[in-house]
Write a protein that binds this ligand. Structure first.
Ligand code: MN
Ligand code: FE
Length: 346
């Protein structure tokens, strides 16, 4: 029998490359590549393998026990960040499972399956840190109910999850496609792309006192950057495939969502940093969130920008470059990364 040629695949009638096709069940036909960008991101994600339990927590445990090392304010930051991540990382996994019913392109689904696995690692990180520091599990896992600034962020995100799970949700009409676009914007751009960043910056600013937590956050951040890149490309591809999708009204609505997200994030920073901690205060997060929001809107070719476009934490880009830092500190090499994918500027 003759081997299959590329052209045989190209004649395949069952693959269109459409992001929101009709077929929501069935086989995942990867080839021929029609959304190669999604496949490439899957390969990059796979090259970033890591495991929370490989990272030693001895120094963090010592710091947690000593009143001289961590102040009460710093402890509050750690507990609140864990509380926020405990709720939201699990929400991200659930959102992906809901969206997987509607995003039918096989290469996008391949990436999303990989992302779900990475979100499992992020959930594992919270469990591992709770165990290592013997944190009050109820305090961490019920923060999304009991801490108003966290509850507000989670309620804001969950409203859009409810839409996708509504029995009347559909993606056949242009209105339905707009609703899916809005949900995807909420998940990848607001939740992962905006809400996570203040927590990352707060924990990474304490790297020397809690190196184990900080290292796990660095790996998480490296994963999240690919998630955001995927979400941005997914949204842009949808926009190209369905030219009627984007309207001035939808862009206004998404811009307002982004502005509300920045407000919620700044309120959260004030709650978590009532007096500031070494080198950080809540007002810096206003600048940071506006800077991040500008990058996200830019990625989606939307018009809105905050006028003050300044990154108060330029050191965040160093923290993302794990390999460079490892060489610098000569610590245990747990970096599986085999190709250079860290070229973003924040
Ligand atoms: Mn995550
Ligand atoms: Fe993520």
């Amino acid at each position: 029998m003759e081997p299959l040629l590329k052209d045989d695949f190209a004649q395949s009638k069952s693959k269109t490359g459409e992001i929101l096709g009709e077929e929501t069940e069935g086989v995942n036909q990867i080839l021929p590549h029609m959304n190669r960008w999604a496949w490439d991101l899957y390969i990059k994600g796979a090259a970033n393998n890591w495991m929370p339990t490989e990272i030693p927590m001895v120094k963090d445990q010592q710091s947690w026990k000593s009143k001289d090392v961590l102040t009460d304010d710093e402890r509050l930051v750690i507990k609140r960040c864990m509380g926020f991540f405990a709720g939201t990382e699990s929400l991200v996994s659930n959102n992906l499972m809901s969206l997987a019913k509607w995003i039918t392109d096989p290469e996008c689904r391949q990436y999303m399956a990989r992302q779900m696995y990475e979100e499992c690692l992020h959930n594992h990180t919270v469990v591992y840190i709770c165990d290592a520091l013997d944190l009050d599990v109820n305090e961490v896992y019920e923060a999304h109910i009991n801490i108003p600034a966290i509850k507000d962020k989670d309620d804001f995100l969950m409203a859009s999850t409810a839409n996708v799970n509504d029995p009347h949700f559909e993606t056949k009409t242009i209105e339905g496609k707009r609703n899916l676009y809005k949900a995807a914007f909420m998940y990848w751009i607001i939740c992962e792309g905006t809400f996570f960043y203040s927590g990352f910056a707060m924990l990474l600013s304490m790297s020397n006192k809690i190196p184990g937590i900080a290292e796990q956050i660095q790996y998480t951040l490296r994963d999240e950057r690919l998630h955001i890149e995927f979400g941005t490309k997914l949204l842009n591809t949808m926009r190209a495939q369905y030219p009627d999708l984007m309207t001035d009204q939808l862009e206004d609505e998404l811009t307002q969502i982004m502005q509300r997200a920045v407000e919620l994030e700044v309120a959260y920073a004030h709650d978590v940093l009532p007096r500031g901690i070494l080198g950080l205060n809540a007002d810096m997060f206003l600048d940071y969130m506006q800077y991040i929001a500008n990058r996200r809107m830019e990625g989606l070719s939307m018009k809105f920008r905050y006028p003050k476009d300044k990154n108060p934490f330029p050191w965040m880009s160093e923290k993302v470059d794990i390999k460079k830092q490892k060489n610098f500190f000569e610590t245990k090499v747990t970096d599986y990364q085999s190709e250079g994918v860290l070229d973003d500027d924040f």
